[in-house]
Design a protein around this ligand. Structure first.
Ligand code: PHE
Length: 452
């Protein structure tokens, strides 16, 4: 995207572009495995509460900062206050960390689309298939490179708009297909236990780590705390309604995550002969559970192929937004051509992604507290850096530039800011206190000082 204002011709255009970045592997791959791991209904409840409070406040803030300053994250904060340039730098570090490992999962998705298209769907349903696949050295690296190159090509060829237009068609298809798959899963015998697990909050499972995981997921899923929404906001028209757009994006993003959980979590109960061990599978869950679903469905292999192709599209629109952000940071900094920077970023991405990929195979001995290399990057960005960026953003808005700067920007649209009072409370008190509490308790928890 070029740095000019009013890039989005309509509010809907803005919402769809932001949703294209937001809806991706975070919703389809990451949300279900976290929900499975952190107590199902407990996680769902925490996540929903955080979305309508925290997610609302932060998404509103980022879009408004972008629109007000007309700048990307690296310069938006310093434009508002010289001393806060470091926050832009910190936020910019996040996509640089996420990008490589995102492409590892993107590579898994392409592999699975290919597996179904080439008629190996039954083999994919086998218990060992996925573990054997990601444990290899060569093939996963080839597919992740294909994913990176596809992302790079879209940016270099300048066809981002075309991809966005395509996803306007493909996204509803993904939703429709997910609904069909979810209905199939929840009507299988044994699904009731899974539904209870997914919906019923078990208060005894509330923990600091579940909160931290839900918070990290919220940032990740809404593409927050890394400057992406600031950049998107800078392209938004002055008269468009920010508040309504935020609501639309949240409903879209949360709805798809919810559906993905509904496909995957009950399926664990249905297809593992009553064993719920797979709930702990972590990042590999979607790829282990869904092939079993497809294998037991009439025409399931076609459904599986279509599903993974649609997931690929959702993932690519997100990875394009990630790579765009990283590229624009380095173009602004270095003054080099976009082409050169894009190629350099792609090479960096592939090189950095390789260790994360090998971490499931020959480098699986490298782990910290049971986290694989990919998990470690994920933890560093989502559970450490993003909460810190979010906390500093709240302090910056609440106490440095003052909430009025933001609420004035929102009120300058044709519509008034209806939740203004709530917003001020959320940014000044609720959100920072909550993040501090979550961070402190999970650090103490991690150090084994308290058990929560
Ligand atoms: N929000 C995207 C998703 O849910 C992931 C993403 C993170 C995209 C950060 C851009 C930036 O998959």
């Amino acid at each position: 995207m070029k740095h000019k204002k009013d890039n989005f011709s309509s509010r809907l255009g803005f919402v769809l572009a932001a949703a294209g970045s937001a809806v991706g592997l975070g919703n389809l791959w990451r949300f279900p495995y976290l929900a499975a791991k952190y107590g199902g209904g407990t996680f769902l409840l925490i996540y929903l509460l955080l979305t309508v409070t925290f997610g609302f406040a932060l998404l509103t803030t980022e879009i408004a900062i972008g629109r007000k300053t007309g700048k990307s994250a690296l310069y938006a904060f310093s434009h508002l206050n010289k001393k806060w340039k470091f926050l832009g730098v910190l936020a910019s570090a996040v996509p640089i960390i996420i990008m490589p490992y995102y492409c590892v999962i993107g590579g898994w998705v392409i592999k699975y689309a290919w597996v179904y298209l080439s008629g190996q769907g039954t083999a994919a349903a086998g218990d060992q298939f996925f573990g054997d696949y990601i444990g290899q050295v060569g093939e996963p690296i080839i597919w992740l490179a294909v994913f990176v190159l596809a992302t790079m090509a879209i940016i270099l060829l300048g066809v981002n708009k075309g991809i966005e237009n395509m996803s306007k068609v493909l996204m509803p298809l993904l939703i429709a297909l997910s609904i069909v798959i979810a209905i199939f899963v929840v009507t299988r015998p044994g699904a009731t236990d899974g539904l209870v697990y997914y919906f019923k909050p078990d208060l005894s499972k509330m923990s600091a780590s579940a909160f931290l995981a839900a918070l990290g997921q919220l940032f990740y899923s809404l593409s927050l705390a890394m400057g992406i929404m600031i950049t998107y906001g800078s392209y938004m028209k002055k008269e468009d309604d920010i508040e309504l757009s935020v609501r639309n994006i949240e409903i879209f993003d949360t709805g798809i995550a919810f559906l993905a959980g509904l496909m995957v979590v009950p399926a664990v109960f249905v297809f593992n002969n009553g064993s719920t061990e797979a709930l702990k599978a972590g990042p590999t869950l979607m790829f282990i559970t869904l092939p079993k679903v497809f294998d037991s469905m009439a025409g399931g292999h076609i459904v599986g192929g279509a599903f993974f192709i649609l997931v690929f599209f959702a993932a690519v629109t997100s990875s394009v937004s990630l790579m765009e952000t990283v590229v624009s940071i380095f173009v602004e900094k270095s003054g080099k051509s976009r082409k050169l920077v894009t190629v350099a970023v792609a090479v960096y991405t592939i090189l950095m992604a390789i260790p994360s990929s090998l971490g499931f195979g020959i480098w699986s001995h490298i782990s910290v507290k049971g986290l694989s290399i990919l998990d470690m990057w994920d933890f560093l960005s989502n559970s450490v850096l993003m909460p810190v960026v979010a906390l500093l953003t709240c302090i910056f808005v609440g106490y440095i530039i003052k909430t009025k700067t933001i609420t004035d920007e929102i009120n300058s649209s044709t519509e008034k800011f209806k939740s203004e009072k709530l917003y001020v409370i959320l940014i000044k008190y609720f959100s920072p206190i909550l993040i501090i509490a979550i961070l402190i308790s999970s650090i103490l928890n991690g150090l084994g000082i308290i058990t929560l």
